[in-house]
Design a protein around this ligand. Structure first.
Ligand code: UD1
Ligand code: UDP
Length: 372
């Protein structure tokens, strides 16, 4: 009998890291694949579903403007619970550390349905950075039956927490599968990533810096520091910054207020995945507080300055392709200028480096699900 697998996801990064698994499951007769999206993100989730050709079986559509963590959690837990009661899957698969992932695991646990955790074992060691993700992933880790760790470092973190070693498997991170897939799509159909042409022409001759920022723990002082840094970097006439702004109103209001109207700063809507891959490709470096971008930029040989105090992805820092720079504007500016002005420093960071996966993670996870 085919195993029924329910994948549950709701935000942009989960969708990007889950679509390779959904693709692998739907082509495999050992499984019946069901997809539940929570709609924790709406527009940014739908961008990924459209590109990846994923049609959800359930869409809980939970997003509300400026949602609070507790109300979001309540909507997610009851909504996912109802889907589980209707579907009674053999496995629930969640990814990462969002509210959707935590509630997906908890709702499954309440029904004694086994949980597989994709991207298991990431730890910063600080429950306030990133917030609330560090706690979400620890909670999921306590309930999961199968832990798909992206790296040996992540697997070791789980072992240190006394997780059953037989349940931990190093699979690589499915983000590299997703990146390979989208790169192949763009190669076949360049028009998929042609929407940046106008900006590329406007900024011809300048070095492009790609920027993203959205972390809740950076709201307030952290985000102000990031915005101030971008303003100072933009004072140079040899650079241009392309910043697809996250739809969270706390991010939009700060960035609009601080950066609108600067000639060489393009504040643009979130890019779909092919266009974001193109942005990394044309960028000299990336400035980000994102988790996923810390994994993708090194894979594409681009230095990444991580605007956070801690990271749960030390592999990029250890390899020298990522550097933690915090949210103090002077530090961000100094580190950015160093990369722009010191070609040796730049060359040392701009090496293609792929500690996060080989592009075959989804198939490894599928085999683990098949053998239980
Ligand atoms: C969430 C995750 C975070 C992840 C991030 C990826 C939690 C607690 N946080 O944070 O781990 O790194 O997604 O981006 O799960 N909004 C829109 N349209 C969208 C998406 C968001 O309008 O497509 C706005 C809404 O006003 C929404 C707000 O952003 O209420 C916040 O969204 P939410 O998912 O709660 O938090 P994020 O900061 O995006
Ligand atoms: N991304 C995207 N469009 C954008 C910005 C980011 O497709 O405009 C992708 C990026 O390639 C990465 C993921 O979104 O795969 C990261 O999502 P985000 O930074 O929102 O969340 P995090 O990874 O920090 O949880």
């Amino acid at each position: 009998m085919a195993l029924k697998i329910l994948t549950v996801f709701g935000t942009r990064p989960e969708a990007i890291k889950m679509f390779p698994l959904v693709h692998a499951l739907r082509g495999d007769s050992r499984f019946v694949s069901r997809v539940c999206v929570t709609g924790q993100h709406r527009g940014m989730l739908d961008q990924v579903l459209a590109i990846a050709g994923v049609a959800p079986d359930h869409d809980l559509n939970v997003m509300q403007p400026d949602q609070s963590l507790d109300a979001l959690t309540a909507r997610l837990l009851t909504g996912i619970g109802q889907v589980l009661d209707a579907e009674r899957p053999d496995w629930v698969v969640v990814q990462g550390d969002t509210a959707t992932a935590m509630c997906g695991a908890l709702a499954a646990y309440y029904r004694k349905i086994p949980v597989a955790h994709v991207e298991a074992g990431l730890r910063s060691g600080n429950i306030h950075h990133p917030w609330p993700e560090e706690i979400n992933r620890k909670i999921i880790g306590t309930m999961a039956r199968l832990h798909c760790a992206p790296t040996e470092t992540a697997a070791d973190a789980l072992k240190r927490e006394n997780t059953d070693p037989a349940a931990i498997h190093v699979t690589g991170n499915t983000v590299i599968d997703a990146l390979h897939w989208v790169t192949a799509q763009i190669r076949e159909k360049p028009e998929l990533a042609a929407g940046l042409t106008e900006l590329e022409a406007r900024f011809a001759g300048k070095r492009i810096i790609g920027v993203t920022s959205h972390r809740r723990e950076n709201f307030g002082d952290g985000m102000q520091g990031i915005a101030r840094a971008i303003r100072q970097i933009a004072a140079r006439d040899d650079v241009a910054l392309i910043f697809p702004v996250h739809l969270n109103p706390h991010v939009q209001s700060v960035m609009e207020a601080e950066l609108a109207g600067l000639d060489n700063v393009a504040l643009i809507a979130p890019l779909d995945y092919p266009h974001f891959a193109r942005l990394i490709d044309i960028a000299t470096l990336m400035l980000t507080d994102s988790g996923g971008v810390q994994e993708e930029a090194p894979a594409l040989g681009k230095p990444v300055l991580v605007m956070r105090e801690t990271t749960e992805r030390p592999e990029g820092v250890e390899a020298g392709t990522a550097r933690l720079v915090g949210t103090d504007s002077d530090r961000i500016v100094a580190e950015t200028f160093r990369l722009l002005d010191d070609s040796d420093a730049y060359a040392a960071m701009a090496r293609a480096h792929n500690p996060f996966g080989d592009g075959h993670s989804a198939h490894r996870i599928v085999e683990l699900l098949a053998t239980g």
